[in-house]
Every structure is written in structure tokens, then in C-alpha cells.
Design a protein around this ligand. Structure first.
Ligand code: PRX
Length: 633
């Protein structure tokens, strides 16, 4: 007998403990949990209390024990023209060797290991090795530069950093080591060691007594055996930094057991992935999608995971599909931006390869516009599944779950990621009154009631108060988790995402805080004041646009251009090219209220050619006029 998804979802909340106790059976436990959920201390939630398990055991060892020769990690780099395949047994050997290296460097349970790496297999080995011994990894996206990296080093205080000489993007080598050395020079915390994976791409300086050579140590620990540490379910497994309203990034902290159960469940019910098949996510290990759906999720499900170093258009715009064909990919995950990039190329490329293995393409990270969704759906002939979530939630919050036995599938609808997933008690609230919006088509803040489901963040690393105050106190009178996204629910129950309520922007699926960019630009000696806003962009979804008030008006258009170039270079060098504004426009004054509050939303509206709304609080009406004139030049 089939039940409706709505009934199923309701049961996941009303019969929470039995629901999740059932899902917990999907993973191996050394000691079974004594309590499913301890929600007695809101907003904190502890899942599978008393149970001991290990992420690496569930991702690697248990499959290596039964299917040692099956493919586990497929690495393809179109940047360096290499491919490597690791079976589960080989992956386990690599992870054990890496774990032995970490242990030999004095890394123990609870110690942090920062991983600053491009898409290379050693990055996954390092993550899994940390999980194996109970060290906490913190992967920093390779596109971030020294200042971003330094603030993360200071917050995570890693004992060891794992890095490499260089990454490569679109054929261009990007040196990592100088950025890392500079970051360590800038940071107050100093790691005791830096484990260098030398790819032989760019020569680099070695710091004697600190830098270690991975290849040498790998040989020393070649057949090392390192057992998995059995960790209580609520032991932190990793932190991952993400942006918010303030300039300082937050370390989203996750547990072990809840995360493993949540991923195992999502791999089955949401993604429909099966052991022995191949999963391909085009994301990066520096982002949450890389953690959940390049490394841990597919492996926990016993699938081979395809790790790709390259761009979707090189050697040509069919490269992703050639990989689907070659490795018989069944489930694929990407971002709308990647599809918009492909859309600029011949649609016939979508048909050049045999895609008969592919069952669905999942897209997340930013809104999926309808034309893009339709284009790729028609081109590939498989379902396109939009899914909405956040670094904080760790797995999809809104989508359609098509693979739950005995439960009616919710049809997909272009423009909406779908409906609340099981385990999430999602509501839309009025931003100022905190009242729940129960009528369809009302715009409100999308929130989640306590307790968050398994797999979601436990807290902000080292700062419980920040976790409570940032996420749980933003809607007046309500102790609910705010996603900081605007949402709207239609009469059929589909939720539409309408953008962020805070100062976070989304550039090509990369989540960035405008405050961080502002802090970097205002450090330039020629800049008196700056405002950065995200404006709509056809290709990237949004781009950052900076409005700067120079200390002295540039003497000529050439001087203004030179200053713009300097500011962009500063952002590149300090934060990374991902954060670089598309333009820096110089203005005499920024639009502010009489009380001095910057009207970012008005700036954004004007930049997007929209009506800036109520301007009665504006101190100097000329400020926006100036912006308008500049934009139309
Ligand atoms: O604003 C939402 C947007 O991306 C934010 C989360 O970004 P991040 O922490 O990097 O996690 C990405 C995980 C996929 C959200 O607050 N966002 C994410 N997915 C969607 C989305 N906006 C619209 N539609 C989506 N499917």
C-alpha cells in the first residue's frame, strides 16, 4: 500500500525516534545507540547518544571487507591528463597509510587537521584518515587566498596542515604553497607541521623543521595498519567554514553518527544510489557538497565516487558526459551555473555520448531558473532534481524524494526545489512578527523547528553562543533555526526560494559574505568607504559589485581604472579570485539612512534596474542618483 509523501513526512516528525532508529540500521555501530535523540537542551540536539561508530569504517572498511576489488574512488584530472582508480581495498590502504602519518606527527583524537588542497585523491585520503583516527578535519576551499586561509587557521588551530604545491584550473597552474606560507605567517596560531603532497607542478620553498614530504612518509608507512577509533556518535567529525552576516566565517561543526545515518538515508531515498554503481558530483571538496556527496555519502552507500579535477568545458563542453559514459555514472550532482556554462555551447554535445546509465541529475547551490532546467532536461532526457540545502544542514532540506519504497513520489516542478524532506520541521514565518504564514504564496523567512535532524550542524566550532545567537534568535519571539532564506509556499505545498535575508551572496554556487569582501577593500589606503552587493548575473546567478568612496577622487578615468585594478588585485591576493567583484564603481557618497545604516538593498535594486522601494529614510537622495548615473554610463 502506498502512502502519500505528506503522511510519510508527518510521521518522520511525530514518530521521530522510531523513524530514525530504523534509519540508524543502515550503518555499522560498534556499540548501538542508547537514545535516538536527546533534544532536552534546545537548540542543541544529540543524535544516537551512546552509540559508537566511525565514518571511515562505514565509508571504506566495511565495503573493503566484503567487496575489496570493487571501485571506490575514481580520480580524473583533465588538468594534468591523469586518471587513477582505487578499489575499496586500495582506498583503505591509502587511508591507513595517511592515518599512520598523521599519528606519527602526533595528531590525536580531537586534534584539528586543516586540508588546503585541490581535487586530488590525497585530499580524500586525508579527510578519511582524520575520520578514522577521530581527528577533526577542516577543509579550506583551494580558491581561497592567504587572508581567508589565515582566519580559518586561527579559528581551527590545526596541529597539522595538509597541502600541495599547486592546483590547476583551465590549464593554468595555481601555486598553493606561497599562499599557505603567507597565511601561516599572518596567523597567530602556528601548526607544528605541514604535510606537502608534491604534484611536481610548481617548484616551492620548504620550511625546514616544519614541512614534511608526503611521498617519503607514504613509503615509510606503506603497509601500516591503523584501526578505526570507535567514537561516540556526538564526537565532532569535521568543521567547515561558511560565510554569514559578519566578516568572520563560522566553523560549521558536525558529528559522526548522525551525519553517517543522514547521508546513508539520503543516498537511498533522495539520490537512489546503489552499491556498485558510480556517483559523480562536479563540486569541490572545499564545499559542503564535496564533503557530503563526493567523499562520505557515495562511499557510505558503497558506490564508487568520481572525483574530477577540471572544468566542464575542457577539452570540450562534452567532457562531463564523456565521463558519465566511460564510468557508467548512474547519479550525478552539479550546480545550475555549470549547466548555464554548458548552455552557451552546442546542445548536440549533450547527445554525443551514451548516457544510458544515467538516471538523474541533481542540481543545488543556487536557484535553478526554469529555462536552464528545461534545457538540460530536454538535452539529457533524465529527471533534473533541484535540491535546496546549506552547509549547515549537510544534506537536502527541500527536494523531491523519489526512491522511498511505499511512498508516492512528489512530482518535480520547475522553479521549486520541492517539499520539506523527512526529519525537517520546516515553517515560513513573518520576518517581523514571527507569526507562521499558513496561507499560500506569502513570502516569509524559511525556518526549521528544534531539533534539527541528524546530519545538521551541532554548533559553531568553539562558539556555542554564536550558534545560538546567530541561528536561533533571528526571528522575534521564536526559538527556531533560521536558514536566512526567503521562501514562499504555493497552494500545492511546493516551496520557492527567493534569496537571502542576510548579506550572503551566491556567485556561481559559491557562498560568499559581502562583509568579508568589504573589509578587504576598505583596507586599501585609497578607499574611504565601501559597500559590496550581489547583483543578478545571467551566467553566475550573482556577481559581487563594489561601490567605493575614494579618499581622493581619481584625477582621470585612467586613474580610476588603475585604482579599480589595484582593488581587484587586493581581493584576489587576500581572499581569492572567487570573491573578486566584477566591477568597482567610485562614488562620492553611499546611500545611508539618517541613522547611518547602509542601504545595501536599495543599492542592489538600483544595480539590478529595479525599484529601490521606500527611500524616506535615505539621508541624501543624491546618493542613489549618483549610483544610477554611474551604472548607466
Ligand atoms: O541561499 C541558499 C542557496 O545557497 C545557500 C547555501 O549555500 P551553501 O552553504 O554553500 O550550501 C550549498 C549546499 C547545496 C542557501 O542558503 N541555495 C542552495 N541550494 C539552493 C539555493 N537556492 C535556491 N535553490 C537551491 N536549490
Amino acid at each position: 500500500m502506498t502512502q502519500t509523501y505528506a503522511d510519510f513526512h508527518r510521521r518522520s516528525l511525530t514518530e521521530r525516534d522510531s523513524f530514525w532508529a530504523e534509519q540508524a540500521k543502515r550503518i555499522d555501530w560498534q556499540t548501538p545507540p542508547q537514545q535516538v535523540c536527546d533534544a532536552s537542551r534546545p537548540p542543541f540536539a544529540r543524535w544516537f547518544v551512546g552509540g559508537t561508530t566511525n565514518l571511515c569504517h562505514n565509508a571504506v572498511d566495511r565495503h573493503a571487507a566484503t567487496r575489496p576489488e570493487d571501485q571506490a574512488l575514481i580520480w580524473v584530472s583533465t588538468e594534468v591528463g591523469q586518471e587513477k582508480i582505487y578499489s575499496f581495498a586500495q582506498l583503505q590502504a591509502e587511508v591507513e597509510a595517511m592515518a599512520a602519518i598523521l599519528l606519527a606527527q602526533g595528531v590525536g583524537q580531537g586534534d584539528r587537521v586543516l586540508i588546503y588542497m585541490p581535487m586530488v585523491p590525497e585530499a580524500a585520503f586525508a579527510m578519511l584518515a582524520c575520520a578514522r583516527i577521530g581527528a577533526i578535519h577542516s577543509v579550506v576551499f583551494g580558491g581561497f587566498a592567504s587572508v581567508s586561509l589565515a582566519s580559518r587557521i586561527d579559528d581551527a588551530a590545526p596541529k597539522l596542515i595538509v597541502s600541495t604545491d599547486a592546483g590547476s584550473r583551465a590549464g593554468k597552474r595555481i601555486a598553493y604553497k606561497p599562499l599557505l606560507d603567507e597565511a601561516i605567517a599572518l596567523s597567530a596560531h602556528k601548526p607544528t607541521g605541514v604535510l606537502m603532497v608534491d604534484r611536481g607542478l610548481v617548484p616551492f620553498e620548504r620550511v625546514v623543521g616544519r614541512d614534511l614530504d608526503y611521498a617519503t612518509l607514504r613509503r615509510q608507512h606503506d603497509s601500516a595498519r591503523v584501526p578505526c577509533a570507535w567514537l561516540e556518535s556526538n564526537t565532532p567529525s569535521y568543521t567547515l567554514y561558511t560565510s554569514g552576516t559578519t566578516g568572520t566565517p563560522k566553523g560549521v561543526q558536525r558529528d559522526v553518527g548522525g551525519y553517517a545515518v543522514a547521508l546513508a538515508t539520503s543516498m537511498d531515498w533522495i539520490f537512489g544510489g546503489k552499491a556498485g554503481e558510480t556517483y559523480f558530483s562536479t563540486s569541490d571538496i572545499g564545499w559542503v557538497v564535496g564533503h557530503s556527496y563526493i567523499v562520505y555519502g557515495p562511499l557510505i552507500a558503497g558506490m564508487a565516487t568520481l572525483m574530477f579535477e577540471g572544468t566542464p568545458v575542457q577539452p570540450d563542453a562534452a567532457v562531463l558526459w564523456s565521463l558519465v559514459e566511460k564510468y557508467r555514472v548512474t547519479v550525478m550532482f552539479s550546480a545550475p551555473t555549470a549547466v548555464r556554462v554548458l548552455k552557451k555551447h552546442d546542445a548536440a554535445l549533450l547527445k554525443r555520448h551514451d548516457l544510458s546509465s544515467l538516471r538523474a541529475l541533481f542540481l543545488a547551490g543556487e536557484p535553478l531558473d526554469e529555462p536552464t532546467g528545461r534545457w538540460i532536461a530536454e538535452g539529457l532526457g533524465v529527471p533534473i532534481i533541484d535540491n535546496y540545502w546549506q552547509t549547515e544542514t549537510g544534506w537536502p532540506l527541500l527536494t523531491v524524494a523519489h526512491h522511498i519504497a511505499g511512498v508516492e513520489a512528489v512530482p518535480t516542478r520547475f522553479g521549486s526545489p520541492g517539499v520539506p524532506m523527512y526529519g525537517y520541521d520546516v515553517k515560513l514565518l513573518d520576518e517581523t512578527s514571527g507569526v507562521e504564514l499558513s496561507e499560500p504564496n506569502q513570502k516569509g523567512v524559511l525556518v526549521i523547528e528544534h531539533p534539527l535532524p541528524p546530519g545538521a550542524l551541532q554548533t559553531v566550532w568553539g562558539d556555542d553562543a554564536r550558534f545560538v545567537n546567530t541561528y536561533w534568535k533571528s526571528v522575534p519571539g521564536r526559538n527556531v533555526y533560521s536558514t536566512f532564506d526567503w521562501g514562499l509556499r504555493d497552494a500545492q505545498g511546493y516551496t520557492f526560494i527567493l534569496g537571502r535575508t542576510d548579506d550572503v551572496i551566491n556567485v556561481a554556487g559559491h557562498r560568499l559574505g559581502t562583509r568579508e569582501i568589504e573589509e578587504c577593500i576598505s583596507g586599501h589606503p585609497a578607499v574611504a568607504e565601501v559597500a559590496v552587493v550581489g547583483v543578478a548575473d545571467q551566467l553566475k546567478g550573482q556577481v559581487a559589485l563594489a561601490f567605493a568612496v575614494p579618499r581622493e577622487t581619481p584625477a582621470s578615468p585612467e586613474a580610476a581604472l588603475a585604482l579599480e585594478g589595484q582593488i581587484m588585485k587586493r581581493v584576489d591576493e587576500q581572499l581569492g579570485a572567487v570573491a573578486r567583484p566584477s566591477r568597482v564603481l567610485f562614488v562620492g557618497i553611499l546611500p545611508k539612512t539618517r541613522s547611518g545604516k547602509l542601504l545595501r538593498r536599495a543599492l542592489q535594486a538600483v544595480a539590478e534596474g529595479r525599484d529601490p522601494g521606500d527611500l524616506t529614510t535615505l539621508d541624501d537622495p543624491g546618493a542613489l542618483l549618483q549610483v544610477k548615473t554611474l551604472l548607466h554610463k
